[in-house]
Design a protein around this ligand. Structure first.
Ligand SMILES: CC(C)(COP(=O)(O)OP(=O)(O)OC[C@H]1O[C@@H](n2cnc3c(N)ncnc32)[C@H](O)[C@@H]1OP(=O)(O)O)[C@@H](O)C(=O)NCCC(=O)NCCS
Length: 195
């Protein structure tokens, strides 16, 4: 199966290409990405190249990951448009996946991460046959938690020192989404759950 472009009206999710390396490098220097995403420190352009070639393009060929660039105005299915962010699924090979995402700083606070995450999950359940998608974020990453909860994830627990950020172990919030969590929302955003 060729990795598809997923269209969703005002934006699309398209596969990575080597032309995305410079953009991945630039966004990865953003302080919030450096704080909350497990990436090499200091971050070099070679790290962005590894992400695009191995963790995105190569990992789809090995069916280990499904990484997408969120692009604007690509409802015509071409996948050509301004780059807005990245969403991806790490596939465990046994019907479960772990989600990851970051947005270009210029595209934040427009509800795009939430909508892109929902489209990714919808595709993962429908086309990859996933039975569970897990979300993890560092305790205190309220933006990521808000995105996950608005997309339909249920936050379940705190896992002690389960993530490695900035070279040290940190506590993690963990949550999950099941296929029926999307069905119940009827295609519109849920209002989110109380903290
Ligand atoms: C987390 C991130 C992807 C959110 O992207 P975004 O496009 O701004 O998210 P949305 O616009 O969909 O916002 C969804 C909700 O989160 C809230 N939110 C977004 N950023 C927030 C922030 N910094 N602080 C508090 N709430 C925030 C929004 O207000 C919105 O809630 P509302 O509808 O109740 O107002 C983005 O901030 C980011 O890239 N952060 C750095 C990387 C990261 O932490 N990734 C997740 C790792 S697990």
């Amino acid at each position: 199966m060729t990795q598809p472009t997923i269209t969703a009206g005002e934006f699309a999710l398209r596969p990575f290409t080597p032309a995305d390396i410079a953009w991945v490098y630039a966004v990865s220097l953003d302080p919030a990405v450096q704080k909350y995403v497990q990436i090499p420190m200091p971050y070099r352009v070679e790290d962005a190249e590894f992400f695009v070639r191995e963790m995105a393009i190569g990992a789809w060929e090995r069916r280990e990951r499904a990484e997408f660039v969120i692009v604007a105005g690509a409802g015509n299915g071409t996948g050509v448009g301004e780059r807005l962010g990245r969403v991806g699924l790490g596939l465990d090979g046994n019907g479960a996946a772990q989600v990851g995402y970051w947005m270009d700083p210029a595209a934040r606070r427009r509800g795009l991460a939430t909508r892109a995450l929902r489209e990714l999950c919808r595709w993962g359940f429908a086309e990859l046959g996933l039975g569970l998608i897990e979300w993890r974020a560092e305790v205190g990453n309220v933006a990521s938690r808000r995105v996950a909860e608005k997309a339909g994830f249920t936050v379940e627990a705190v896992l002690r020192r389960r993530l490695v950020h900035r070279g040290g172990r940190v506590d993690a919030w963990v949550g999950s989404m099941l296929p029926e969590d999307l069905d119940g929302a009827g295609g519109t955003l849920s209002t989110g759950r109380a903290e």
